[in-house]
Structures are given as C-alpha cells and as structure tokens.
Design a protein around this ligand. Sequence first.
Ligand SMILES: [Zn+2]
Ligand SMILES: [Zn+2]
Length: 234
Amino acid sequence: MSSLLLVSAQALGVVALADFISGLVHWLEDAYGTETTPVVGTLMIRPNIIHHHYPRYFTKLNWWQSSWDLLLLGALIIGVAAWTGVLTWHVWLFVAICVNANQIHKWSHQTRAENGRLVSFLQDIHLLLTPRQHALHHTDPKNTYYCPVTNLLNPVLEFIGFWPKLEAVIEALTGATHRKDASNRGEGPAPAWVAELRRPSAAHAHDLGSARRPAAHAVIEMESELEGLPLGGS
Ligand SMILES: [Zn+2]
Ligand SMILES: [Zn+2]
C-alpha cells in the first residue's frame, strides 16, 4: 500500500513538473518572444500570438499540427535519457504530458461535446485544465495562469506571485520587460498577418482578449462562447 502511495505521489509530482515546464515555456513565449525572434518566431511565437487574438483558431488544427514540435522535443529528451541511463517511467510520463500539453490546452477551448466524456470528466475533477481557470489567462493583460495542463499548479504560483517576481529578476539582470502588444493587452488592432486569418466560426465573434475586462467577465464570456449562447451587449 505504501508503495502504491509512493508511486501515486511521484506520478503527481511528475504531472506538476510537466505542467510547470510547459507553463514556463508558455510564459517565455508570451513575455519575451516576438514574431521576428529567430527560428522560434515563426514556429512558436506566431501561433501563440494568433491564439491570443483568436482563442479558438487552433481548435481547427489536428493533433499533429499542434504537437509536432513538442513531439520532436520529447523524442530528444527520451533519447538523451536513454543514452545517459536514466530513462525511467517518470521520464516517459513527463514526456507524454509535455508532448500533449498543447492538446490539453486545446481541450480547455473546446465544448464538452467536442471533448467527449473522458476529457470532460478529467476536467471536472480538475486534473486537466478547465475552461473556467484558463479564461483567467485570457484576461488582459494575459500575464498569469500560464500552466496549460492541470488546475493544480496555477493557483499556487499565483498565490506566491511567481511570474511577476521572475520577471522582476529578469528585468534586473537583463533590462528585458514583458512584451506589450495587442495580443497581450487587447489594445489596438491585430497585426495584418493575424487579421487576414479567417476566424474559425461565428461563435468567436466574442473572442477573449479583444478588450480589457475583469477576469470574472472573461470566465462568463468563455463559457458562453463554449456553450454557443448569445452574449448580449458587446
Ligand atoms: Zn498565452
Ligand atoms: Zn488558451
């Protein structure tokens, strides 16, 4: 029994670590990446900026289109772990979660009908990121709740002020500050290369991030969007 508890605790720790690393990458993209950053600018930052303007855009992409870059990184980690003799089940679990981080994030932008019973259940027990919690990230200026896998870690990092403190350290060391553009702050029009993309459906006329709003409004709006309900007003 105690070994089962130990394995469960380790598995939970691996999930939390994968969630944290995925959140850290997301934060780097949001805070410091630009579309002109070499290599990753096109591969990772552009999709990220599009996602802030049109949250549902990536739900029309299949698993491969959303996850191929993570799969390559995961294969690299597995290869290095095997080469150095540390390829345990923990590494496999860590890679499995990280490779699917964008898919799990995608589920938080989909309806329960789109997700099916199993994913909806895992969201209901907060093991997977819920639309309600993720809406807090999509609230301008989109500078918190970065972790995309579970509901467990974000409130803890929020409570200790992790991201602002980390950004303060980066600024003190390098002078670099959090990127301020329309995708993060909801100010001004989207860049032309984003605006020319077709929105995935009429339901997204109320995309989150199109204006400054309190978090509670973003939550309600996101859920309304997911349920396809008329919003009234804006
Ligand atoms: Zn983001
Ligand atoms: Zn999102």
